[in-house]
Design a protein around this ligand. Structure first.
Ligand code: ADP
Ligand code: MG
Ligand code: MG
Length: 886
């Protein structure tokens, strides 16, 4: 058996290869802080491997582990000169879970373990502080009964609230020793009533109970949900940390706090945090008392009146500031820190790389390069491309009048509007119906995670910048306003009040997580742009990446947006969207429904100028860059009239009866349109359609040329090819039109002809198909559908079952199936290149904006990816990361 327990000062831990995998993040960093010479209360870590053993051993701790716990406990006793369960100088410990990465779904920490009816009296004597001893004991009973014995936490809170009401006080700190004495009796009675057992007095039983509970919590619903949402494997397991207690609740020279070494919301390089005097553990984040700021500056900025730590505890603050700098220099990253001050002595209880908004991540990375802490490569690697999404999302339109009804803390930036809901379940339900919601809660807890995920934004009445709501929202990239004390929520009436305004469930509000404002109704938003730190990171990314990044666009506006975001061309310009315009759809319908070639041609003649104008606009925006234009692809019935009035209109225009039109529509009906008369099959049956489109494309180029405008470089793409002959015939058609236009205008046209690879046969036959193709563009949406034989539109019905049963890790329409679909891409690429070594290869499915798929494209040696305009910066960064990870 490998080593199962490491004490925090165990030197051999330093040499462990995957420290965090074995010790968990919390345990690994507690040891590392100790080795840096920082004050860490002694303790030990039971490894994540034991979690595995625990489940293999019928959810019991193996004997060897039990023995090791005994001896490590002795070690703590020696270092603290206290004894566990002792009646003179009792040692108290905390039991803390700690997975590889911080996981809100895990068991809550238990503090003050080792107290019972007798040791509490010795603690009182030893510290001459009865109030502190009793306060600690009642906290322990609450926490242990809740997380180990399963008594609902609010039952204890209610006992306290009722007691305070009778006594006529507001705060827990107003209760004295005898008050707690009484409540302790009530608490124990409550446990007896709820669980039919006496609250455990044996300290060893307490300790093992808590350790077991940590391991059991790995399998809790909360933890499982969190893992599923965040794609964390079930086999990782959690570690357990047992640590000597230090006390922030012993008086006014004591405190507890949380802090970041930089501002996690803006990235500003100044300490940022909150603390509470005479308090313990989670008091700071629980939102029951309002915490004070760490620095004078933050206090001033927020307009708070309570003294900052810098003012209230200047000496300890100075020490803390030194620790912050030391930690940043060591970890070379912004740290999220938990500390406690006991009688003016600072103790470090946790450090980890802090969660931050995308905006902060970028600023911190760029700043740290300038501070020479990290390299540019490292800066690029640090930013999660998917989070850039939040920066590319709209912000509130400043010019619009707003009805601000309340304000709170700007906990997670971004603007969001939606219907007010008061429960996580309701948010999830409405999200399923494609409705935007704002989740409004007094405060959030881990049980609300699914709702926070489903909602567009989160508003809480309580809690600070480090509250659960704030931390989780920032991690998810959800806009959040926390601690808006100006609102009063009534869950029963399903409404909240802000001043005189009453907002009911279902009413629409807008929140701005950047300013903390809450507004009535829907406030319009404006598009963001890339500048400052963001553009610096993008420039660095561009230096490292080899993959080109194009966009999928078929309008002038989208093309412009994409260029502003750095697109290097268009990878997919769908031509059919141009047909849906009101003016054109009649001609399209005439084209499809006409019985004669003449009628069809006259309809096409009407369409051609429209297409030409559209192409001109796009080719101008994409001046000098490649634009892949896909000829008509979807099944024709998508354009057909359904309403009688539309049918009559087409009938009249074609001099046919409505009945004849209806018959023709019936004729065109397909059982399975996705596999029907579409793609290049249309070009084979109705060459005049593709001819018209090619004319429009080439004439657009000619006209721009005449206007002395440098046009885009056109790549004409034939969709849904599965055989060599299809492409051969249609390529000849394109060339024929080009020749005609060259002759008419006495000039030479430069263009490419290629195909989309979206059918398995095409991938397999790449050798022969590439003879006629200047490029392949992998249409991975259809290629995924045809490889799996799954229709994307119907996959929703069983996709979740497939993910639950671990048949799929992720939705193959979101991230490319590298094994199957990926193999086809690899086969087509290498066979295509063998015949035609200069063939250009790209991907134009939705996968082109997914970082994991981009990494795959980079490995496979494609030349470019193409994605929607708003994903372009994501793809630029992901492409650089893919290159750097090679
Ligand atoms: P989480 O993973 O939820 O952050 P922690 O294990 O960090 O849980 O514990 C939460 C808080 O409990 C800490 O921030 C700290 O304030 C307090 N705490 C934990 N261990 C100790 C200890 N040994 N002494 C004093 N306070 C502690
Ligand atoms: Mg916690
Ligand atoms: Mg913690």
């Amino acid at each position: 058996m490998a080593k199962v327990i490491f004490s925090f000062d165990d030197k051999s831990a330093k040499k462990l290869k995957n420290k965090k995998n074995i010790l968990g993040g919390k345990g690994a960093n507690l040891g590392e802080m100790g080795r840096l010479g920082l004050p860490v209360p002694p303790g030990f870590t039971i490894t994540t491997e034991v979690c595995d053993l625990f489940y293999k051993n019928k959810k019991k701790l193996p004997r060897k582990v039990l023995q090791n716990i005994e001896s490590e406990l002795k070690n703590i006793e020696k270092k603290t000169q206290k004894k566990f369960g002792d009646l003179k100088n009792p040692l108290l410990v905390s039991v803390r879970s700690g997975a590889r990465i911080s996981m809100p779904g895990m068991m809550d920490t238990i503090l003050n373990l080792g107290l019972n009816d007798r040791t509490v009296e010795s603690l009182k004597k030893r510290t001459s502080n009865g109030r502190f001893a009793k306060d600690s004991y009642r906290r322990f009973i609450q926490m242990y009964s809740n997380v180990v014995l399963g008594v609902e936490g609010h039952l204890f809170e209610e006992l306290i609230d009722n007691y305070k009401l009778t006594k006529g006080v507001l705060l827990d700190t107003d209760l004295d020793e005898s008050d707690w004495d009484g409540l302790i009796i009530n608490f124990k009675e409550l446990v007896k009533k709820e669980k039919k057992i006496n609250f455990p007095q044996d300290v060893k039983e307490q300790l093992l109970g808590a350790i077991n509970a940590v391991f059991l919590s790995w399998d809790s619903q909360r933890a499982k949900t969190y893992r599923k949402l965040n794609q964390i494997p079930d086999h990782w397991g959690t570690a357990v940390n047992v640590q000597a207690m230090v006390f922030g609740n012993m008086g006014d020279d004591c405190s507890t706090g949380v802090a970041f070494t930089r501002n996690p919301s803006t990235g500003e390089n100044s300490f940022f945090g909150e603390f509470l005097i005479n308090a313990q553990g989670e008091d700071v984040v629980a939102g029951t008392r309002t915490p004070q700021y760490i620095t004078k500056k933050a206090k001033k900025d927020s307009g708070s009146k309570d003294p900052s730590m810098e003012e209230a505890m200047p000496k300890v603050y100075k020490e803390l500031a030194k620790v912050f700098l030391k930690l940043e220099r060591h970890y070379k990253d912004m740290q999220d820190i938990e500390f406690t001050v006991e009688n003016n002595k600072l103790w470090m209880l946790q450090t980890r790389s802090g969660k931050r908004t995308a905006k902060a991540a970028i600023k911190i990375a760029v700043d740290m390069v300038r501070e020479k802490l990290i390299s540019k490569k490292e800066a690029i690697k640090r930013i999660d491309p998917n989070t850039l999404d939040t920066l590319l999302h709209p912000t509130l339109d400043e010019k619009v009048e707003k009805e601000v009804i309340a304000s709170g803390l700007p906990a997670s930036p971004g603007a969001a509007s939606g219907k007010v809901v008061f429960t996580a379940d309701e948010a999830e339900k409405l999200n399923g119906m494609m409705q935007d919601t704002i989740l409004v809660r007094l405060e959030t807890s881990p049980e609300d995670i699914h709702g926070m995920h489903a909602a567009k934004g989160i508003l809480t009445a309580r809690g600070g910048m480090t509250s659960h709501a704030a931390v989780v929202a920032r991690g998810m990239g959800r806009p959040c306003v926390s601690g808006s004390s100006e609102i009063t929520i009534d869950y029963e009436l399903k409404q909240f009040k802000a001043g005189d305004v009453i907002i009911k469930e279902g009413d629409i509000i807008t929140i701005d997580g950047g300013s903390g404002k809450v507004m009535k109704g829907l406030v319009p938003t404006v598009q963001p742009e890339i500048s400052g730190y963001f553009s610096t990171i993008m420039k660095w990314a561009d230096k490292f990446r080899k993959l080109k990044v194009r966009t999928n666009a078929e309008t002038e506006v989208d093309s412009k947006t994409a260029r502003e975001f750095g697109a290097e061309g268009i990878g997919l310009c769908r031509t059919e969207h141009m047909f849906f315009d009101e003016e054109r759809i009649l001609s399209v319908r005439q084209m499809i429904l006409s019985k004669s070639k003449e009628d069809r041609n006259s309809a096409l003649d009407k369409l051609q100028p429209h297409q030409k104008e559209d192409f001109k606009k796009i080719f101008k925006v994409m001046s000098g860059l490649p634009v892949t234009v896909r000829l008509l692809d979807p099944p024709l019935h998508e354009f057909l009239p359904k309403a009688d009035k539309d049918i009559d209109e087409v009938a009249r225009s074609l001099n046919l009866s409505a009945k004849e039109i209806k018959d023709r529509i019936a004729e065109l009906h397909e059982e399975n349109p996705m596999l029907g008369h579409r793609g290049c099959r249309l070009g084979i049956s109705f060459p005049e359609i593709y001819e018209m489109q090619c004319r429009a494309i080439f004439e657009a180029i000619v006209e721009l040329k005449k206007q002395k405008v440098k046009a885009a470089f056109v790549e004409i793409m034939i969709p849904l090819v599965s055989t060599e002959s299809e492409l051969k015939i249609l390529r000849a058609l394109v060339n024929k039109i080009a020749k005609e236009i060259e002759k008419e205008n006495k000039l030479k046209l430069e263009y490419m002809v290629g195909t989309m690879i979206e059918l398995p046969r095409a991938a397999l036959q790449a050798k022969s198909i590439s003879k006629h193709a200047d490029f392949f563009s992998f249409g991975t949406n259809d290629l995924t559908q045809t490889t799996f034989g799954i229709s994307r539109d119907d996959s929703g019905k069983f996709l979740n079952d497939y993910i639950d049963n671990k048949i799929f890790d992720v939705d193959p329409f979101v991230s490319i199936d590298q094994n199957g679909v990926g193999e086809l891409v690899e086969i087509a690429s290498s066979r295509g290149r063998k015949t035609n070594k200069n063939i250009k290869l790209g991907i134009c499915g939705e996968h082109g904006g997914d970082p994991k798929s981009i990494e795959f494209c980079s490995r496979t040696g494609l030349n470019y990816v193409s994605c929607s305009p708003f994903r372009v910066p994501v793809a630029r960064l992901a492409a650089a990361q893919a290159e750097l990870s090679k």
